[in-house]
Structure formats: structure tokens, C-alpha cells
Design a protein around this ligand. Structure first.
Ligand code: SAM
Length: 496
């Protein structure tokens, strides 16, 4: 059997910044809810349906499904053809072991205190959390610099512990290093610990823990007394990449508290970060649109590929395009650039559209733009008004019960030969992958937003509003669904 190649530093950093905290939160919530106990061990008795597990764990089926599909994808649970779940046999060897479970339970209370790592670093001493003092620096040191237990083999107990306890802590260390300006400082020149302390006005007791953990993660190396970015990290953070990482860590930080209380959300559908609250949503998406503006160039390549693909089957000259939930404007702008006569209407919350105007001016397509602020849950998009309607990464914002209503308003707004373009993270037909999509879906559930669907689940909803012809075409990082009324030509593959 060949060993799984270890991930590159780039893959690891991407994971730590985006999904590592989700991984710990998933496993912690599953333990807290008693899900590992409720799942029968694979092959020993009949596997359990989602509803039976929801009853046993007193959870919402929708929330529990988001956990279970991820556990299946990670190999800790199994899913059979009748959609019944069981605990994978190898996972049962440690998840039914009392001493191992006690070790996991001892880690449970640390999530909140670890989220105060910035404060612990600033003070260089334990921090207050819920009326108790927590030695966050000591705990981080113990997790990353002192625990020398057996090597973590994939799928084994130590690997599980690592995902359970350290994954989320890695995200937190990066968030803290980003917030304290430490990453930029280390990137600018190697410095000794006293020099780092002087440059940040922080205690070297706290700083040394973060810097040494970054060293253990392979991001920092030391030469003599000086710490600087490792060669691989320097390559990785070249150009604007470091600024982008720091910005995406600030988005990840917004999820920390809600991830720590994921079990409450799964049990009661009580949303700690509720993006259906207009004030929370405005704040969250203003930050998000700054971030997606930062990756405009790479998303623009994707959206231009999609526009070119659609243009092959459906000429865009003089077309009226509507981009719903436009964010940075990156999808609508690609259609505006497809021909000099395409007109695009950009629809989003007013606060987000301000950012779009700047981006469109830069691309010189502002003269063929219309800005339409509104609420996509209730907005009437008109009748037979658009040749193309784009729903780019926006359906996942809607709770499942809102989808039929939106699809029916969108279908009405499409001209008879119009095409609907959905860009989304589309799940496989078993709904147990891809892993990145499932983590994204978990965050959507957690924030009172939508569910991710498979291509056939989308197909059924679209059929119900008369868009019965549809294709799903993979793009590099997500999928594109094109839908239209019968007889309208649709491309079947991505244009070269
Ligand atoms: C995940 S972002 C997608 C942004 C962009 N389409 C892209 O692909 O980069 C979802 C967008 O939906 C918008 N949105 C969320 N709730 C909305 C609402 N109730 N009404 C209008 N827009 C909303 C957000 O402001 C955000 O820009």
C-alpha cells in the first residue's frame, strides 16, 4: 500500500485558513450531540436513517444531515444505498474507547478560551472566559510543542485527535498571527524575539508561543536567534498572497463563535451567526465583498469562461443580463465584457453595490451597467425581461423553503428563449462529496442560509418552474448549471 503523500504547505495553509476550524467543530459537535454513540457500528446491526438519528440525538434533521454527510466523506461514517448511516468500523475502535473519549472531552471547553489567543498574547498571561481563568498560551504550547504522542496515521485515533483538537487551534493561531500583524512582520525581515516584541509592543512570552507554533507548522524558520518566514512560506506569500490570506482569515474569524456552538445550532436550529438578521448580514457581506474583490482576477477567469461557453450556444450581442447577488460584480462584468453591446443589471444589497461600481469602472463597463438594490427574497424581477439571468454563488444563501419562490420569480423574468446560469458548489449524487463543498455547506447551514444540492435536486426544482432542460458543467472550483425552457440550445461542455 502506498503512503498518502503529505500535503504541500500551500494546501495546508489553504485548509487551515478555510476549513480546519470547521473540521474540529464538526467532530466536537458530533461528540457533544452523542452522534457517535447513536450511530450503530457498521455491520453489527442495521444502519440508521437520518430521521431516527435526529430523534435519538434530539437534533434537527437538516443540521444533522450536514454533519453526517461530512462524517461519511471523511470516512468516519458509512452511508448505504437506502441512505442509512453507521459508524465506520475502524472509527469505532477509538470512538467506543472510554479513555480516548475522556481525552476528547477534556478538549471540549477550550474552544472559547482559544478564541481569546490574541488577548493572551497581548498580556502574556491566562485570560478570563466565562468566569474562569484559562492558560491559553500553556494549552497551545502543550498541543503543538509538547504533546509527543505516537505519530498520527490517517484514519487512526491520533489523527482523529489531531483533527478534533488541533485543526481549529491552527486556524486560531493563523487568525491571531494575522491580526497582530505578525505574519507581515516576519515576511518583511527575520527578527529576534526581542525585536518582534519591540515592533509589536507585545510581551515576548505570548509572542514566542505563536511564533514557535508557526515554526512547527512549517511557516517560520529560525536562523540563530532570528525568526523569519520559511523558504516555502516566502514563495507562498509572494506578491498579494499574504494580504489575501490575512483578509480571508478575518472572514474565517467571523465564524469562530458559531462553530464553537455548532451543537446548539444543530440541535435547535438556533443560529449564533444569523445572516438572516439584516444588520449581521450587511456587516458580514460588506467584509465578504472586500474579500471577493481581492480575488476578482481569478474569479474573473472563471466567469469569463462561463460567458464564452454560453455565448457559443446563445449569442450575447445586445443581450439583457441580470446578475442576482452580484457581490463584487465579477460574473455580470464577464458578460458585459463578452460583447460591446451586452447590458448588465447588477442586483444586490445597496451597501454591496457601492463596491461593484468601483470594480466596473476599472473594467470600463460601467456605461452598460444598471444597479438594482433590493432584497432577493421578495424582489419582483419582472416578466420576460432578460435574455440571461445569473445566480452566481447566491442560492446557498437561501434556506431550502425559499428556493421554489425565487426560481419561479426568475423563470418569469426570463424571456421565452432565455437561459438561467447557476454557479454553485453542486454536490455529487450521493451527497457525500466533494469535501470542500460539504464544509462550505456546513457554514451555510450554520449561518441560517441554504443547503447545497446535487445536480438532480436542482433539476427537479427547475423543472417545476418550466426550465426543464438543464446541464451541469464542472468549472475549475465549482459547477455551472444552465437551464432553459425545452428547445433552447444549451452548451454541453466548457468552451476551450
Ligand atoms: C456569496 S455572495 C456571492 C457574490 C458573487 N455573486 C460571487 O460569486 O462572487 C452572496 C451575495 O448575495 C447577497 N445577498 C445576500 N442576501 C441578500 C438579500 N437578502 N438580498 C440581496 N442580496 C443578498 C450578498 O450581499 C452577497 O453579495
Amino acid at each position: 500500500m502506498s503512503a498518502t503523500p503529505s500535503p504541500s504547505l500551500a494546501q495546508s495553509v489553504h485548509f487551515w485558513a478555510r476549513n480546519a476550524a470547521n473540521e474540529s467543530a464538526l467532530l466536537r459537535a458530533s461528540l457533544r450531540l452523542g452522534l457517535f454513540d447513536a450511530l450503530p457500528v457498521e455491520g453489527t446491526t442495521t444502519a440508521c436513517s437520518l430521521d431516527a438519528l435526529a430523534t435519538a440525538t434530539k437534533s434537527s434533521p437538516r443540521g444533522l444531515r450536514a454533519l453526517l454527510e461530512l462524517l461519511v466523506c471523511l470516512g468516519y461514517a458509512t452511508l448505504d444505498d437506502t441512505r442509512r448511516f453507521a459508524l465506520a468500523r475502524h472509527a469505532a475502535t477509538f470512538l467506543r474507547d472510554d479513555a480516548f473519549l475522556a481525552r476528547l472531552r477534556a478538549e471540549l471547553p477550550w474552544w472559547g478560551p482559544l478564541s481569546l489567543l490574541d488577548e493572551a498574547v497581548k498580556r502574556g498571561e491566562p485570560v478570563e472566559h466565562e468566569g474562569q481563568r484559562w492558560d491559553v498560551l500553556g494549552h497551545s504550547r502543550a498541543l503543538f510543542l509538547e504533546d509527543t504522542r505516537a505519530e498520527a496515521t490517517p484514519g487512526g485515533a491520533e489523527d482523529f485527535f489531531d483533527r478534533f483538537a488541533r485543526s481549529g487551534a491552527r486556524t486560531q493561531v493563523l487568525i491571531t498571527a494575522g491580526r497582530l500583524g505578525l505574519l507581515e512582520l516576519l515576511a518583511s525581515a527575520p527578527r529576534t524575539m526581542p525585536e518582534l516584541g519591540a515592533a509589536t509592543y507585545l510581551s515576548t512570552t505570548g509572542l514566542s508561543v505563536v511564533v514557535e507554533v508557526l515554526e512547527a507548522l512549517g511557516l517560520v524558520t529560525r536562523e540563530g536567534e532570528a525568526f523569519g518566514l520559511s523558504t516555502e512560506a516566502k514563495r507562498l506569500f509572494d506578491g498579494k498572497a499574504l494580504a489575501y490570506l490575512v483578509r480571508s482569515l478575518s472572514v474565517s474569524a467571523q465564524y469562530t463563535e458559531a462553530l464553537g456552538r455548532l451543537d446548539e445550532t444543530v440541535r435547535e436550529e438556533r443560529f449564533i451567526l444569523d445572516l438572516k438578521d439584516p444588520e449581521v448580514s450587511r456587516r458580514f457581506y460588506a467584509d465578504n465583498s472586500n474579500q471577493i474583490t481581492a480575488v476578482f482576477a481569478s474569479h474573473f477567469q472563471l466567469s469569463r469562461k462561463a460567458a464564452t461557453t454560453l455565448a457559443k450556444a446563445h449569442p450575447l450581442e445586445g443581450a439583457a443580463v441580470l446578475d442576482i447577488g452580484t457581490g463584487s460584480g465579477v460574473w455580470g462584468a464577464a458578460f458585459a465584457r463578452a460583447t460591446p453591446t451586452t447590458h448588465v443589471t447588477y442586483f444586490d444589497q445597496g451597501v454591496v453595490l457601492e463596491q461593484v461600481k468601483t470594480n466596473l469602472a476599472r473594467l470600463q463597463v460601467a456605461d452598460r451597467a444598471r444597479f438594482w438594490p433590493g432584497d432577493l427574497f421578495t424582489h419582483d424581477f419582472g416578466e420576460a425581461a432578460f435574455d440571461v439571468i445569473i445566480l452566481p454563488q447566491v442560492l446557498n444563501v437561501l434556506r431550502p423553503e425559499s428556493l421554489p419562490g425565487l426560481f419561479s420569480r426568475v423563470a418569469r423574468a426570463l424571456k421565452p428563449d432565455g437561459v438561467l446560469l447557476i454557479a454553485e458548489y453542486v454536490l455529487n449524487e450521493r451527497r457525500d462529496g466533494p469535501l470542500d463543498h460539504l464544509y462550505f455547506g456546513l457554514r451555510r447551514f450554520m449561518t441560517n442560509e441554504g443547503d447545497l444540492l446535487s445536480a438532480s435536486e436542482y433539476g427537479q426544482l427547475l423543472q417545476a418552474v418550466g426550465l426543464s432542460s438543464s446541464v451541469c458543467i464542472p468549472l475549475p472550483t465549482q459547477e455551472m448549471i444552465l437551464a432553459a425552457r425545452p428547445g433552447v440550445a444549451l452548451p454541453s461542455r466548457l468552451a476551450d
